[in-house]
Design a protein around this ligand. Structure first.
Ligand SMILES: C[S@@+](CC[C@H](N)C(=O)[O-])C[C@H]1O[C@@H](n2cnc3c(N)ncnc32)[C@H](O)[C@@H]1O
Length: 201
């Protein structure tokens, strides 16, 4: 049997207990069978570690996240951004989750790197420019709208990643990105499925 090293080994001492706590919360909520709207629906740790690794290579100065929940994914993005001086803007519609996400970022020592804003990601993304990495992790049937709101804000060569494209039916979104000549897209069968879309030069 192949044993995998734990992905959390790569993160620092302050962020690690926060990531572990939020991952445990997510697992407990799933095990209890809570309805979707009551769960934090965090990334898998392997997905967080994979995005972290991609960001170390790409080094986008500005990262925008659509759908931060309580900040589990935001912490992974911020850990990577901190290594090269980037910053992360998260977004979340539910005010109690915005507060929790920012408290979790502070507890993880990442409040200088990342902030989660309250509101619809489609409205918020339009307030920024020069986005090098756009991460879509809000409602799956809303990915198309969020992509269309953000694509003009993404720099040429920028990356747009949507999570859950295998665990959920995201065919409409996948057809949208495949229909556009200004992007190149590939579906990565990793964990819950990542749609990996590059804005062409
Ligand atoms: C799958 S969870 C995000 C999980 C988070 N990315 C993580 O891995 O920790 C989706 C979140 O998106 C939020 N959301 C839904 N629609 C949104 C929108 N239009 N703009 C911003 N947030 C939204 C939901 O309230 C929910 O907390």
């Amino acid at each position: 049997m192949v044993t995998r090293p734990p992905e959390h080994e790569i993160v620092d001492e302050r962020a690690r207990p926060v990531l572990d706590r939020l991952h445990a919360q997510d697992a407990a909520e799933r095990a209890a069978g809570l309805p979707q709207e009551e769960r934090i629906r965090a990334l898998t740790p392997a997905t967080g570690a994979f995005l972290y690794a991609a960001l170390l290579a790409l080094r986008p100065p500005l990262i925008f996240e659509a759908g931060s929940a309580v900040g589990y994914s935001t912490i992974w993005l911020a850990l990577a951004a901190r290594t090269y001086g980037g910053r992360v803007i998260g977004s979340e519609v539910r005010p109690e989750r915005v507060a929790a996400a920012n408290a979790n970022l502070t507890e993880a020592g990442l409040q200088e790197v990342a902030t989660v804003l309250r509101g619809d990601a489609a409205d918020l993304v339009r307030q920024f420019d020069g986005i090098g990495f756009l991460f879509l992790d809000a409602e799956k049937d809303d990915y198309g709208r969020l992509f269309l709101a953000g694509i003009d804000r993404v720099v040429p060569g920028g990356l747009i990643v949507a999570d859950n494209v295998i665990s959920h039916d995201c065919r409409e979104y996948q057809a949208l990105v495949r229909s556009r000549p200004d992007v190149y897209t590939v579906t990565l069968a990793f964990e819950r499925g990542l749609e990996w879309t590059i804005k062409r030069w």
